[in-house]
Design a protein around this ligand. Structure first.
Ligand code: FAD
Ligand code: GLY
Length: 370
């Protein structure tokens, strides 16, 4: 007989693992199926910035509301996960210093000036806080709430805690087929077949095939990002430096994470010399001293993008047993806690913000074309 679960989750990145954690904690018997190793795909490529302000278009955007909510959830999650898993997710203080080189960039940044969480600093004040920064900037917006975490540590902590609450996690178990019969949902894998009451597709940029198999158009596509890390033997960076998709993030043990390129429709998660050269050039304009720093490693990851830049989070419109959580693009680390909560609430029957569900609904026309 096939083993039966309340919920099967396809994909063991930070999104799938957050869903498994939230459901297991709510008492659901969950099984997470991961094709390779947990957290080793796009999740491990991320810098870990919780960039609700820095990554958005302003505070009227729905992304800002959801991102701010998820940032707030991280505060409790950090403490809970420390107790439940013994793992420190390495949340750092300091936030993001989003720099401006021109008056035009300053004006764009200062659209956030009415927010209590945003502070405009002239170049001399920036320099006091980050002596390593280039002299070429005219100032920067300091957003102290846009802290960062260590993405793989978050994923591993969610994993340990989910298992503690009774979830099963199977690595090296790719899902081959899903059958949506009337009686029960059946999930066939390389390591056996399972049945479940609910199924959640959370396989990042690889989720597209499940949308198609279940009859949906979608606009999921990869945007490759390449990064390099270096050893910073000098003073630690007090804030992440951010400008035009380029960032320098201080990790503990003296590492700086420098990212990232944006290469649409490139499915090869391997860094190229040209990509790394671009990243180093941009970062050197922000902080010239990185030129002298020893290289640690280079890597690449595939951001799961959609054409309207919003994720797909919600139910299959015709089959309530099936849910989707994919397409988190540049912000899957930020949005992992809120995504876990939304999917949990949909499954256990708790209310969910209707505006968010509408913006992220499956099959929406706004997100059909690349
Ligand atoms: P993934 O981590 O890719 O997980 C999906 C999993 O599904 C994979 O492990 C895969 O093996 C599995 N899978 C696929 N097919 C199957 C199958 N058939 N059966 C079973 N399992 C399957 N976000 C932020 O919030 N802050 C950042 O600072 C940040 N920086 C980034 C920097 C870079 C360079 C990149 C590339 C991304 C960055 N992101 C950041 C984005 C973030 O990494 C992603 O949005 C997030 O990792 C997506 O998580 P996921 O769980 O959906 O996907
Ligand atoms: N959020 C940073 C990145 O996607 O590169």
């Amino acid at each position: 007989m096939n083993k039966h679960y309340d919920v099967v989750i396809i994909g063991g990145g930070i999104i799938g693992m957050s869903i498994a954690y939230h459901l297991a904690k709510a008492g659901k018997k969950a099984l997470l199926l991961e094709a390779n190793e947990v957290g080793k795909q796009t999740t491990s490529a991320a810098a870990g910035m919780l960039g609700a302000h820095a990554e958005g278009e302003g505070d009227e955007d729905i992304f800002f509301q959801v991102g701010r909510r998820s940032q707030a959830l991280y505060k409790k999650l950090k403490v809970d996960l420390q107790h439940e898993s013994g793992i420190d997710i390495r949340a750092s203080a300091g936030g993001i210093m989003k720099v401006a080189f021109t008056e035009h960039e300053k004006r764009a940044l200062c659209r956030m000036q009415h927010l209590p969480t945003f502070e405009w600093l002239e170049a001399s004040s920036v320099k006091k806080r980050i002596p390593q920064i280039t002299d070429d900037i005219i100032g920067a917006g300091l957003i102290e709430d846009d802290v960062h975490v260590e993405p793989y540590a978050v994923c591993r902590a969610l994993w340990q805690a989910a298992v503690r609450y009774g979830a099963d996690v199977k690595e090296f178990t790719p899902v081959i087929e899903v059958k949506t019969g009337k009686e029960a949902l059946t999930v066939r894998t390389a390591g056996g077949t399972f049945t479940c009451d609910h199924l959640t597709v959370a396989s990042g940029v690889w989720s597209g095939r499940f949308f198609e198999e279940m009859g949906f158009s979608h606009s999921l596509y990869p945007v490759k990002g390449e990064c390099v890390s270096v050893w910073n033997n000098g003073p630690a960076l007090a804030h992440t430096i951010y400008h035009d998709h380029c960032y320098i993030v201080q990790r503990d043990r003296g590492k700086l994470i420098i990212g990232a390129t944006m290469k649409p429709n490139d499915w090869q998660a391997i860094p190229t010399l040209g990509g790394i050269e671009t990243v180093i050039k941009k970062a050197s304009q922000l902080m010239p001293s990185i030129q002298e720093m020893p290289i640690d490693q280079c890597w690449a990851g595939l951001r799961p993008a959609t054409s309207d830049r919003h994720p797909y989070i919600g139910r299959h419109p015709e089959d309530e047993r099936i849910l989707f959580a994919a397409g988190h693009y540049r912000n899957g680390i930020l949005l992992a806690p809120i995504t876990g909560e939304i999917i949990r609430d949909l499954i256990v029957g708790e209310p969910v913000n209707e505006e968010w569900l509408h913006a992220f609904r499956i099959g929406r026309k706004e997100a059909l074309f690349v």
